[in-house]
Structures are given as C-alpha cells and as structure tokens.
Design a protein. Structure first.
Length: 284
C-alpha cells in the first residue's frame, strides 16, 4: 500500500515539473458567441492561456492565437485577446473607452507615451493599427490640477518652467506643457487654467523650441492672421497685399516638401488661421 502511494506521489511531482498543457476549450455549437483561447509563452517555456469571447458566430473550428513571448506588460497581456477580437470584428484594435478593455487601451497609450512599453511591444501594437496618444490627447486626457502639481514640483527642483518637450523622466509633462503654450497661442486655453498658470508665474513663451527666427516670424504672422480672421476679414486677400507673408509661408511649404521642416514646425503651420499652407491654390 505505501509503495503504491509513493508511486502516485512521484508521478504527480513529475507531472508538475514538466508543466501543464492547454487544450483549447470547445464551446457548444448552441452558443451564439465563439470562444478563443489565447496562449502566451513565459520565460520558463510554459504557456499562459487566456480565453475570451469573440463577437462572431460560433462553429466547431477553434482559433488559437499566441501572445508573443516578448510581451512583458501585464496590461498588454491582459487586453491583447480583446484587441485581436475587436480588430477581427471592426477592422481596428481601438476599443472605445466605455468598457474595461477600452480603459486598458487608454492605459496602454499612457504607458507608451511614458516610454514604459518596449520597442517590440510598441511595434506589435502599431502593426495592429493601434492608435497611440498625440500631444493633444495628453492635454485632454490628463487632469489639469494633477499635471499643474507636477509642473510646480518641476519648477521647485529646477527653478524654471522651461521644461523640454521630450522630458525623459516624465514625457507626459513635457507634452502637456507644450500643448498649454500651443493652445494659449491659439486662444483656446480656458481662462481658469490661464489664471492658475499665471498665479504660479508660468512662462508662456518657450525658449527651447523651433529656433528663434522661425518662432519670431511665426508669432508675428499668426497674430496678424488671427486678428484679420476675428474681424471677418479675407485672409486670402490680405496675403495678396502682403507679399512678405506669402514668401515666408511658401518657403515653409517648400521646406516641408523637401523633408526639411520638422514635425513641430509643421504642427505650428497647421494652426495658421484661414489658410491651408500646404496648398498654394488656397492662397496664392
């Protein structure tokens, strides 16, 4: 009797040492939603399986999708099956925010902006067509007072608000400050936020970006065109009367076509009111 117990115990221990298998789960044909079992491979070679419902009619066929072994982010591992299912149904992996998986997608965007996803993980998401945060998203998605607190802390440490746009310790903070200045320049920043920033001595003009010659001319033209647009003037007619502005705008267009205009400068040019700077036919 003791011998038989020992054999059983040894067999159990051997089975545990080898690992475990993951047989795909079959779902009854009567169900209206198919199920997929997704596998990911951990460092020890074991397979972690995640099962989720797919929004498509079920069949006897089973689909097995491996989560790549390089995926280390717990959030990405958790939401990956839902990304695949959403892409299969809607053609893209961008799950709306109103669900738990949508919130996880938003977390992925923040992790990416904070450089907390590996290059392989980011490339995987890009390959699926996943939409990452832009600078605008960072401003609108984050709580203003929370970010203001971070900005004040930065000032306390460095005695300046001239934070780099790509501030490595906190990329979101650098992007948020960039958008503050951009929205303020376009008169799109709420007055209550302007008042709070003025109260702490925020520096509205960045000394870091784009080069002084470009920004000096840009601010002059932006202010001029904005005033014309606000009083209902014809910006196109104005440009015909001011050849210097036309020459400058056209110079930026040519620089962009030749790949010599930075993305930041292109974004500034996009904000010029009443003009499509990339299309001479709209103003020439």
């Amino acid at each position: 009797m003791m011998h038989r117990i020992a054999v059983v115990l040894l067999a159990a221990l051997a089975s545990a040492a080898v690992g475990f298998t993951t047989e795909p789960l079959r779902t009854p044909a009567a169900l209206t939603h198919g199920h997929h079992r997704y596998h990911s491979h951990s460092n020890n070679g074991r397979v972690r399986s995640i099962e989720c419902a797919a929004a498509s009619p079920s069949s006897d066929a089973e689909e097995t999708i491996d989560i790549p072994a390089f995926v280390k982010s717990p959030v990405l591992s958790l939401v990956y099956p839902a990304l695949i299912a959403h892409k299969e149904k809607f053609g893209n992996p961008n799950i709306p925010l109103g669900s738990a998986d949508g919130k996880r997608c938003n977390t992925l965007r923040r992790l990416h902006f904070q450089n907390k996803l590996s290059e392989e993980e980011a490339a995987l998401l890009e390959g699926l067509g996943f939409r990452f945060h832009s600078f605008e998203d960072v401003y609108y998605e984050n709580d203003f007072d929370e970010m203001l607190g971070k900005l004040i802390d930065y000032h306390g440490e460095f005695q300046t608000y001239q934070i780099p746009k790509k501030y490595e310790p906190d990329p979101e903070l650098g992007a948020w400050v960039t958008m503050l200045r951009r929205l303020h320049l376009a008169n799109d920043l709420p007055k209550i936020q302007i008042d709070k920033l003025d109260a702490v001595g925020f520096e509205w003009i960045s000394t870091r970006k784009c080069g002084s010659a470009f920004m000096s001319k840009y601010r002059e033209i932006f202010s001029y065109l904005t005033k014309v647009a606000e009083v209902g003037g014809d910006v196109r007619e104005l440009l015909h009367e001011d050849n210097d502005i036309i020459k400058w705008v056209d110079a930026q267009r040519l620089a962009s076509e030749n790949g010599n205009l930075s993305k930041a400068r292109q974004e500034y040019m996009d904000e010029l009111p009443g003009i499509d700077w990339k299309n001479p036919a709209s103003w020439a």
